[in-house]
Design a protein around this ligand. Structure first.
Ligand code: FAD
Length: 272
């Protein structure tokens, strides 16, 4: 089946093209879209591209950071102001994938992918989406839960608050093939603290459901407590509450449940 490629100079034209054609797909870095096309995915009839530098902008000059959807992982790794995001960016694929793959595309990546999105979920990011009715900011958790509905929309950027310290944000990806395998489980934790007590903990998990999810019972186990053996243990015990991992070639759902607490304990204890 022939595929039409449409290139626009503005994001609003691209958003209009996406929302008016059910067979249209936006082309980010193309690491997943081009694979689907090469495999003969007949659901894709139109490829939409946009040459607007706004999608490649990074604003990391203040506490609130905004990253254009077209920013690649290689760009993140080159940004000294974004060191807290280097671990998630580095955990994705090999150099070729990091050179092409974008933040925007990662929001739509199916399991066992979507590692960067796990980090963004723990950081309570906001996704700026240009849909048929204009531009809207959507909390990332809501965005992920309704992801199918955003297929006809253009993601412009993501923004989040910079963690207060290097220790307040932690990330861990478990893969069978290192360094570039798909995720067995991916974990990220944002641990804001005041007076030695955690307030507003966020723990996000990848490959533990159809999209990245928050481990809310584990978050509650940490709330108002200091990060010590007791609270870490309580969070590790609670981490599988509400998860729905799938079996795939990398690991069974049973195995993922078994190891979730082990890896959360290591993440929270600061172990390698
Ligand atoms: C060999 C290999 C290894 C990989 N390893 C990893 C890994 O370790 N971890 C990981 O997370 N991922 C991995 N991936 C998956 C993928 O490369 C990344 O998830 C990447 O972030 C996808 O981004 P992209 O720009 O290439 O997406 P694309 O392929 O361009 O797009 C993917 C989907 O997102 C949509 N999309 C992209 N940008 C936008 C936007 N701005 N607005 C609306 N929709 C958009 C597209 O329409 C499409 O549906 C791997 C892929 C390959 C081929």
């Amino acid at each position: 089946m022939p595929v039409t490629v449409k290139t626009f100079t503005s994001t609003s034209e691209a958003a209009a093209a996406l929302s008016s054609d059910r067979g249209a797909r936006y082309l980010g870095g193309g690491t997943l879209v081009m694979r689907a096309l090469n495999e003969g995915d007949i659901a894709v009839a139109t490829i939409v591209r946009v040459a607007d530098s706004a999608l490649e902008r990074i604003d990391a000059s203040s506490g609130r950071i905004t990253i254009g959807a077209g920013v690649t992982f290689a760009r993140i790794l080159a940004e000294r102001d974004l060191t807290f995001l280097h671990a998630p960016a580095r955990s994705i694929g090999g150099p070729a994938v990091r050179n092409m793959g974008t933040i925007g595309g990662n929001l739509f990546a199916p399991v066992p992918y979507g590692d960067f999105t796990v980090a963004l979920l723990a950081l309570d990011a906001v996704v700026s989406v240009h849909g048929g009715l204009g531009v809207r900011d959507v909390a990332i958790e809501e965005f992920l839960q309704t992801r199918e509905r955003h297929n006809g929309a253009l993601v412009l950027s993501v923004s989040c608050q910079r963690p207060a310290s290097a220790d307040a944000f932690r990330y861990r990806k478990v893969a069978r093939i290192k360094p570039k395998g798909g995720s067995v489980i991916t974990l990220a934790a944002h641990l804001p603290a005041g007076g030695g007590r955690i307030s507003g903990a966020r723990i996000a998990l990848g490959s533990m459901g159809p999209v990245a999810i928050r481990a809310k019972a584990a978050e509650r186990a940490l709330e108002g407590r200091s990060l010590d053996g007791g609270s870490i243990n309580a969070a590790a015990v609670a981490v599988t509450e509400g998860v729905a991992p799938a079996d795939n070639a990398l690991a069974s759902a049973w195995y993922r449940r078994e190891i979730a607490g082990v890896h959360l304990r290591r993440l929270l204890s600061g172990q390698e």
